[in-house]
Design a protein around this ligand. Structure first.
Ligand code: HT7
Ligand code: ZN
Length: 844
């Protein structure tokens, strides 16, 4: 397979002036008729007329009304064209019903829908399917379906047809079409300039009572983007459609966002608090793309972080404003360390802006998205809020309608601030997580901190240059009072010292407040200082971080030295549990332990080969010790956190439920699940119901509740995904693969549905001790299913291959077992480009 390089970028030889498409829908024989006006691109050096096109059955093609006989390859079409402007027309036939890859035009639950990012439009018709080719689209959809949708504003419609016109030039990856027997949940929004916009969430019959929350989230997002970024919506209508079969979360097609139904449908009975929060964030994310992604798009797919990093950053600002900023920050960092650090530290490491790819779908990664957002957060920290706002205004003004690059993005910051961002740019071009070590000294009232940065080699990048790291720092005195409020240190060299004088005593530093940079902080410290920061730090993130570090050091000591749980940690957590000045959500986060895969990473960074079973057992032992230590307080906290009145997914009641559930989970280790059974029996919302069920399954006392849950919810696809996933994630390590295996034989298991596949096999891959159980059954089962799925859905298969990326951390036996499975998959005939690229990189 061919590798595409950033350095080889050249513009397309033609400009697309406008596009007219007609779709005559039929499940196995949809006809797509296109009329596209091209003109030579004055910026191009060549005049080859090549249009992408894959799996299309070409019926005829014309240029300026005359038949042509283009040459066709599996990748596209080449034709002789006249000089100057011309009109290209063609008709192709495609088969949506048999399109199981869920890319291009496909069918899901009887409806037609599309997914064109990144390169799916070429499966719909012949076209220059690249993001820098932008054009207006007029689309006619013909079919017997009550709802016929496309991008832009509705034009004419009649019996069995509808026409849409999108006045905003867009790349083909933002094209969308939906047709089906759908129900609208309608609403309206008045924009800041007084424009009235029609809003709809379209769903399958039966789901109409699950749209209200998503609609509120959409309106909040529209208001927020006006207030915070000055961005107004720009069409007469904004439609969202829920689809059951979808490879990712959602897609920001212009004026017609398509959502995985799990990311938009919500009701108290069927969705958890976490589901509600995620839905709100994803609706915001896709809506925010209207400016960061759609109005300003990417020149090429190497610039993906330009839209994704910025939009993730914007959606995290939104969630911080709607909910608790510190809780959001802590949750984001947990996620970043769990997913992105693992990627950055292994064979799949790549820069935030990659410089090569085989299959672009493999680069929708935590590095591009989440680290891409962190880079923007750092930029804002360095330049300050006011200059960030000015730079964004300039970015929108200068690049509206453009297909832009990271260079364009950094240029506006350079112009607004007068800074040279050459060194900062390394965050975009260099892979790997920097390790930031720090040494301190104190003498005669003078305090010095010396930082040193080192980034380990990553594939293709053996040497790393130093980057600009903003370090948010505060200093506390021995009483816990802040002697230096937060300030930003700019670490722009490999090694740099910062000094303060006139201090009465040696301060305790609070470094990297708010996790001001995505680095691994390495500091010789002890549990006494961690406990001090846990008790006193004024920065909520670092207070949580101190507790986390304490938990880690306790667990590592248990794992490596067989030590008992650390009494200081248990006391610290008891104090947290009792601390009514801390909001419940923060307390719940503080009581959480580092994930087993995070502990694995820490151990392997220290050169210790991790034993997944030993890690699992240490975590269980510590949780039991916590329960015993907190025995008297847990029931009181549980009782205090009961929420009265009707269910609300807002942050405050959700935080209370979270703490109640944490208390219940610990308490159940002592009461054999009695209180959890009671909660399950009286639960009137999914958060309480499924959390109780999870606790019971972990205690192996939940068989009756599990069957009751199935009977109650077997009609609901999204709740059944939870039922599948939970049984695997709550299993003991030795049972996880067997339970997953059995579930794949359940009549409700459908491997073609990505949600169900991920719920079951994704849960196995995420069950650290279960997946890495020494029997190797987890590896084999996952590989079997990846082999089955690859010919059906390469994108979802390839994404799940990432489960194998950490193989180098483990002992030789596990390494051999993993590699044997990787090789078994690689040996399959006709393996997709997606899966083969992922596994080849993982193996390297
Ligand atoms: N921009 C979208 C990314 C995407 C995608 C979504 C659904 C299915 C396949 C996809 N490939 C790429 C989603 C987003 O980041 O908002
Ligand atoms: Zn996005």
């Amino acid at each position: 397979p061919q590798t595409i390089f950033l350095k080889d970028y050249t513009p397309f030889d033609y400009i697309v002036q406008d596009v007219h498409l007609t779709f005559k829908l039929a499940p196995r024989a949809t006809r797509v008729i296109s009329r596209i006006r091209f003109a030579p691109n004055p910026d191009a050096s060549d005049t080859t007329f090549f249009l992408h096109g894959e799996q299309l059955d070409l019926k005829w093609a014309k240029i300026n009304g005359a038949d042509i006989a283009p040459s066709i390859t599996p990748e596209g079409l080449t034709a002789e064209v006249p000089e100057g402007a011309f009109t290209f027309e063609c008709e192709v036939e495609i088969s949506p019903e048999t399109n199981t890859a869920l890319e291009g035009l496909y069918m899901s639950g009887g409806m037609y829908c599309t997914q064109c990012e990144a390169e799916g439009f070429r499966k719909i018709t012949y076209y220059p399917d690249r993001p820098d080719v932008m054009s207006t689209f007029t689309v006619r959809v013909e079919g017997p379906h009550p709802v016929l949708l496309s991008n832009g504003n509705p034009a004419t419609s009649g019996e069995h047809f509808a026409e849409w016109h999108d006045p905003w030039p867009k790349p083909a990856y933002l094209f969308a079409l939906v047709a089906g027997d759908l129900i609208a949940h309608p609403d309206r929004f008045t924009t800041m300039s007084g424009k009235d916009v029609e809003l709809n969430i379209y769903v399958r019959k039966g789901d109409e009572n699950k749209c209200a929350f998503g609609m509120e989230a959409l309106k909040k997002s529209m208001t927020w983007d006006e207030k915070v970024y000055g961005r107004e919506y720009d069409l007469d209508i904004f439609n969202i459609v829920a689809v059951d079969d979808f490879n990712m979360g959602a897609m920001e097609n212009k004026g017609l966002n398509v959502f995985n139904s799990s990311c938009v449908l919500a009701s108290p009975e069927t969705s958890t608090d976490a589901n509600f929060e995620r839905i709100e964030a994803i609706i915001a994310h896709e809506y925010f793309h209207n400016w960061t992604g759609n109005r300003i798009t990417c020149r090429d797919w190497f610039q993906l972080c330009l839209k994704e990093g910025l939009t993730v950053y914007r959606d995290s600002q939104f969630t911080s404003d709607m909910r608790s900023a510190s809780v959001k920050r802590i949750s984001d960092v947990i996620d970043l360390r769990g997913r992105q650090f693992a990627e950055d530290g292994g064979p799949l490491a790549h820069p935030v802006r990659p410089d090569r790819f085989v299959e672009i779908n493999n680069f929708y990664t935590a590095t591009v998205y989440e680290k891409g957002a962190e880079v923007i957060g750092m930029l804002k920290t360095l330049v300050g809020d006011a200059d960030y706002a000015k730079a964004l205004d300039l970015y929108f003004e200068r690049h509206d309608g453009d297909a832009a690059t990271i260079e364009d993005w950094l240029q506006v910051f350079e112009e607004v601030t007068g800074r040279n961002l050459k060194r900062f740019k390394r965050w975009y071009t260099s892979a790997g997580t920097p390790q930031l070590s720090v040494k301190e000294s104190f003498k005669n009232g003078r305090y010095k901190l010396t930082f040193r940065q080192e980034t380990p080699p990553t594939p293709g990048q053996p040497q790393k240059k130093p980057r600009v790291i903003p370090i948010a720092l505060g200093l506390l005195d021995e009483s816990g009072a802040e002697v230096l409020p937060t300030q930003i240190l700019e670490m722009d060299k490999r090694q740099k010292s910062f000094k303060w004088k006139g201090l009465a005593s040696k301060p305790v530093p609070s470094i990297l407040r708010g996790f001001s940079a995505p680095v691994i902080l390495k500091r010789d410290t002890d549990d006494v200082e961690r406990a001090f920061l846990l008790a006193h730090d004024t920065d909520p993130f670092n207070r949580w971080e101190a507790g986390r570090e304490l938990a880690k050091s306790t667990l590592l000591n248990m794992i490596e030295n067989g030590a008992p749980p650390n009494a200081g940690y248990l006391d610290g957590m008891l104090a947290v549990l009792r601390d009514d000045t801390l909001d419940p959500a923060t307390r719940a986060l503080m009581l959480g332990l580092p994930s087993q895969s995070e502990l694995t990473q820490t151990l392997s960074d220290k050169g210790v080969v991790p034993d997944p079973q030993a890690i699992y057992e240490a975590v269980q032992t510590l949780k039991l010790a916590m329960a015993q230590h907190m025995q008297d307080t847990l029931p009181r906290v549980y009782a205090q956190c009961q929420v009265e009145g009707p269910y609300s997914p807002d942050a405050e009641p959700a935080g209370k439920r979270e703490l109640a559930i944490a208390a219940l989970g610990l308490g159940s280790r002592l009461d054999g699940g009695k209180a959890a059974k009671e909660q399950f029996a009286r639960a009137d919302n999914m958060t309480l119901q499924i959390s109780a069920l999870a606790i019971l399954l972990r205690q192996k006392v939940g068989d009756a509740e599990l069957s009751g849950f199935y009977e109650q919810w077997k009609h609901d696809r999204l709740v059944m995904d939870k039922w599948f996933g939970l049984q695997v994630s709550a299993a003991a390590p030795e049972d996880a693969a067997e339970i997953a295996d059995k579930l794949t034989q359940h009549p409700d298991f459908d491997h073609k549905n990505p949600n169900r596949f991920r719920a079951t096999l994704g849960a196995l891959a995420a069950h650290h001790a279960g997946f890495h159980h020494i029997s190797g059954r987890g590896y084999t089962l996952l590989a079997d299913w990846l082999i089955t799925l690859d010919p059906i859905n390469p994108q979802t298969t390839a994404r799940m291959c990432a489960a194998f990326q950490t193989w180098k951390r483990y002992d030789l036996k596990r390494q051999e077992m993993i590699l044997a499975e990787v090789d078994r998959i690689l040996a399959q005939p006709n393996l997709s480009r997606d899966t083969s690229e992922m596994l080849t990189r993982i193996r390297s």
